[in-house]
Design a protein around this ligand. Structure first.
Ligand code: PEP
Ligand code: MG
Length: 592
């Protein structure tokens, strides 16, 4: 009830991970944390067998539930990624360590199943917490979701899932498992808000690709809202208001309508060329992680794929993708995007721990460790499968291959040599591929940026990964909130490095684009256009905003502004200057 004095108004701010404004009724899912409420119980000898059987029954029930979800997803024609997530959860249910260790504790320590599971998951959590890579830390969530499911089944309670949401609602949860998110039906789930989560979690990625507004990282939202409460969700600012007053609802309703109108006006840019007022054409490409994003990218006018983060093919599973799987995924993208180009970035993940959970890396600093191309060169048997898959798909569309994290010429040469070997094998096997496939590199390590002229002689194109370039050039860990204040895209050093790469590429006559998050922000895109970039790659939801920017400026003005920014000493000064110039010709309505 609105304006009910008995209901407390709660205002919270989390991380807006998927834009949009929703005012709706809350549907609170299980508060989760079943592991925390598990109690210890010492068994007598007779109880041990009963307990082992209880555990096996709960495993069986969990398997049956997941298989039902899988069937439903298949029937609803959901993408392969969604089904792959369920498969990954089914694999975890079969995991020997999880099963054997739990049964071992029940038998040897005479623990009840709940406590045994809690002990096992504690060990797993500690293992994952030590990992500094955010991707891996977030993968431990998959295992926790499965354990929660088993515990709910042990308690005899019904498992509450998103599939139970039968009327349009705002889903409220401690954390949503990727399996839950995969079941979300746009329309039934108006938005979702969670206690936990980060920008790169599967949940956030799926929200953006499904275009469901979402705010994560609210910490205690599940304790501040009950099913049936009215909630306002602002996916841009991360604001969530529980039991808002009528006047607050009125304000947000107006903002919602304005956002909707804004979306429609932006849509008008879909078919217009991204061209400055004085005729400079800029190519706006899409970044993608999962195949389901393609319709949205096309709908937002993507002129190709500038970055396919192929590592998502390796995630949520316990085995490695086969050559056929690689080929099928890349061929699908190439065909859907045809005749537009598709840049496939080879596996960019840190440490071989991910590929084999039993084979943990003890790297102190994985961000600077065996990741991306370094890992691929160290594990040629893995790299080779992907290269063959990419090459075979290149027979079906305009595919380019790109190597991540190149730090010097030798790495590029070795990667190219492996590509040549894969070509040679395919030739011998009479398999089709594009022999002239273009080979590019990400410029995201400062050493590569500084020798861009040398690398340009051996690469067909560059793509600047500003996310990592900032991390390494400013010496700030992308995932460490204590140094987040130093994450300054307008840092003069960052702009100088980027400009240097653009100039080196121009001198050598090779293509260069930007594909980090900066490319999708109008104020940064303005500087890139001014520096001479003609290709920018970004997520679907940024494409039309940036196209509007491009069409609002003249190349001459952008050049003048880009020349001016190098004269400032601090990021703040540059930000203020660019902001004030931007406002002369571009109105930003919704984003901070
Ligand atoms: C980047 O580093 O800017 C980039 C685009 O790659 P990722 O964010 O996947 O590391
Ligand atoms: Mg990167």
């Amino acid at each position: 009830m609105i304006d009910d004095p008995k209901k407390e108004v709660v205002l919270m701010r989390g991380i807006g991970v998927s834009p949009g404004i929703v005012i709706g009724r809350a549907h609170v899912m299980a508060r989760g944390g079943a592991t925390e409420s598990a109690h210890f119980c010492h068994l007598d000898q007779a109880g041990v067998d009963v307990e082992v059987q209880r555990f096996k029954d709960a495993l069986k029930m969990s398997r049956e539930q997941l298989n039902r979800v899988k069937k439903m997803l298949t029937k609803e024609g959901k993408g392969k990624e969604h089904i792959a997530i369920i498969d990954a959860h089914l694999m975890i249910l079969k995991d020997k360590m999880l099963i054997d260790d739990t049964i071992g504790l029940i038998k040897n320590q005479r623990m009840n199943t709940e406590w045994a599971l809690k002990t096992v998951i504690k060990g797993v959590r500690e293992l994952f917490d030590k990992m500094e890579d955010r991707y891996f830390r977030e993968r431990s969530a998959d295992i926790e979701h499965i354990v929660d499911r088993i515990l709910v089944n042990l308690s005899g309670e019904r498992h509450v899932s998103v599939a139970d949401v039968d009327s349009p609602s705002v889903v409220v949860a401690r954390d949503l498992s990727p399996a839950d998110t995969a079941q979300m039906v746009k329309g039934r789930v108006l938005a979702f808000i969670t206690d936990m989560g980060g920008k790169t979690s599967h949940t956030a990625i799926m929200a953006r690709s499904l275009e469901i507004p979402a705010v994560v990282g609210l910490e205690t939202i599940t304790h501040s809202v009950s099913t049936g409460d009215t909630v306002v969700v602002d996916g841009m600012t991360g604001a969530v208001i529980v039991n808002p007053s009528l006047s607050v609802i009125d304000v947000y309703e107006k903002r919602r309508q304005r956002y909707e109108r804004y979306g429609k006006t932006l849509h008008h840019y879909k078919t217009l060329p991204a061209e400055t007022s004085d005729g400079r054409r800029i190519n706006l490409l899409g970044n993608m992680e999962i195949l389901d994003e393609i319709p949205s990218l096309l709908d937002h006018g993507a002129e190709g794929i500038g970055l396919y983060r192929s590592e998502f093919l390796y995630m949520n599973r316990m085995d490695l993708p086969t050559e056929e799987e690689h080929m099928a995924a890349y061929k699908y993208v190439a065909r859907k995007m045809s005749p537009r180009p598709v840049v496939i970035r080879t596996l960019d993940i840190g440490g071989d721990k991910f590929l084999s959970p039993g084979d943990l890396s003890d790297e102190i600093n994985p961000a600077m460790g065996l990741r991306a191309i370094r890992l691929c060169l160290k594990r040629p048997e893995i790299f080779r499968v992907q290269l063959r898959g990419i090459l075979r798909a290149s027979a079906y569309g305009k595919i380019k291959v790109m190597f991540p994290m190149i730090s010097g010429v030798e790495e590029l040469r070795r990667a190219k040599m492996m590509l040549d070997e894969a070509k040679e094998e395919l030739r011998r096997e009479n398999k089709l591929f594009d022999p002239d496939i273009k080979v590019g590199i990400m410029i995201e390590v400062p050493s590569a940026a500084l020798i861009a002229d040398i690398l340009a002689a051996e690469a067909d194109f560059f793509s600047i990964g500003t996310n990592d370039l900032l991390q390494y050039s400013l010496a700030i860990d992308r995932v460490n909130e204590h140094v987040a204040y130093l994450y300054e895209p307008f840092h003069p050093a960052v702009l100088r490095i980027i400009k240097g790469v653009a100039d080196a590429a121009a001198r050598q006559g090779i293509d260069v684009s930007v594909c980090g998050e900066m490319a999708g922000e109008p104020d940064h895109a303005l500087i890139f256009v001014g520096m001479g970039f003609t290709q920018l790659s970004m997520s679907a939801l940024s494409l039309l905003r940036v196209k509007k920017l491009v069409r609002s400026i003249s190349y001459t003005d952008a050049q003048e502004i880009a020349a001016e920014v190098v004269k400032f000493s601090t990021a703040r000064e540059i930000e203020n200057y660019v902001g004030s110039r931007l406002r002369e010709f571009y109105k930003e309505e919704f984003y901070a």
